[in-house]
Design a protein around this ligand. Structure first.
Ligand SMILES: [Zn+2]
Length: 360
């Protein structure tokens, strides 16, 4: 156990702003989440209306009120590496520091509600997990979905990632592929004896340049696709006609396509070329039709937009749980040295979640 006193005191837990600051000031770079998880677990175990479980440095607490619907509030406890931005500092209405936006202000929402709301209108699962910022084999949500899938059973999930106080629904999928062109080596002085694979890449680049990406509207949310070359490799030596060129492709696709559909589309675009998929992650549909989601949107009171980047909502969607992103931080500031969050966004977002979950 920790020998220091838990900074998450009852007064701190009662105020989402103070709680954000206290969480930011417990350093928790990925794979170093033990101290913060110990503090959060100790708080949750002291709450009589919650049952609390822990797996590694992931902790889950839930109400068991027998409500017909269960919702998840989820946030990761880790941050990217510090960058001269620890501990937190205050400047007017702004709190600066590593994790202020991504996403300890969101974690503070969930922890504040877990402690202060004894009779929510849905049963609530509060889920605080480790290692979101690094490879998925460490991700606490992935690990628990394998070891204790029943912990995550729910009708709807809110991931408290930074969205600047609006709802970003679903997320786009992503696929990486390599298009290879082949030729035949020859001496550059007698190039007509060979076939230049780099010249062969010209047609691939032409198709990419002429490509018109789709814009898709699903459940009122706009998703804008993108198909881009992100790298190109070829060449043997300064006097050799190259026999191989590889173009790396990244495709960001709307959630009306699954990975198989995305691959089929890439094969169509690059028909006649050798294409190999190297990595794929499915997107997630907005999933706004459940009653809990509709009531959440009503509490927010602003139209949702589509999430363009890939987030852990896709992991919830893969478990059959519709999920959306909602948090106070500005997503454009995540991972920046001057990462910060507006105190009014914390107060407004906490009030929104309280409006949604408080008994009718
Ligand atoms: Zn995050």
């Amino acid at each position: 156990m920790r020998d220091m006193q838990n900074p998450l005191t009852p007064e701190v837990l009662a105020d989402p702003v103070a709680l954000t600051r206290a969480l930011v000031d417990i350093e928790s770079v990925s794979l170093n989440e033990k101290a913060i998880t110990d503090c959060v677990e100790e708080v949750l175990r002291g709450v009589p209306h919650l049952r609390t479980y822990r797996h590694s440095n992931t902790v889950m607490a839930r109400t068991e009120l027998g409500r017909p619907q269960r919702v998840v509030l989820a946030g990761h406890l880790d941050t990217v590496p510090l960058n001269g931005n620890f501990p937190s500092t205050m400047r007017g209405d702004l709190m600066y520091g590593c994790g202020t936006s991504d996403m300890k202000s969101g974690v503070a929402f969930a922890l504040h509600l877990a402690v202060t709301l004894a009779d929510p209108r849905y049963d609530v699962t509060y889920f605080f997990y480790e290692a979101e910022e690094i490879e998925s084999r460490y991700n606490g949500l992935t690990l628990v979905s394998q070891s204790h899938p029943e912990w995550l059973q729910a009708d709807f999930a809110v991931l408290l990632e930074p969205t600047y106080g609006i709802v970003e629904a679903g997320c786009q999928g992503t696929m990486r592929a390599i298009v290879t062109t082949r030729g035949e080596r020859a001496h550059a002085a007698r190039s007509w004896h060979g076939v230049n694979a780099i010249h062969g890449a010209g047609e691939v680049l032409r198709r990419l340049g002429a490509y018109e990406a789709r814009r898709v509207t699903i459940e009122g949310c706009d998703y804008r696709e993108g198909l881009n070359a992100t790298g190109i490799h070829g060449g043997v030596a300064g006097n050799v006609i190259p026999d191989l060129c590889e173009i790396e492709i990244n495709y960001r696709y709307a959630p009306d396509r699954d990975p198989a559909g995305a691959e089929a589309h890439l094969r169509e675009v690059f028909a006649g070329f050798d294409l190999r998929v190297t990595d794929a992650a499915a997107g997630a549909a907005p999933g706004l039709d459940s009653p809990a989601a509709q009531e959440f949107l009503a509490a927010v009171g602003a139209a949702p937009i589509g999430k363009l980047g890939w987030t852990d909502v896709a992991r919830f969607a893969a478990m059959g749980i519709p999920a959306l992103n909602f948090g106070p931080g500005d997503p454009n500031l995540a991972h920046h040295k001057d990462e910060h969050v507006e105190l009014t966004k914390i107060r407004d977002g906490a009030a929104t979640l309280h409006r949604w979950l408080a008994p009718a």
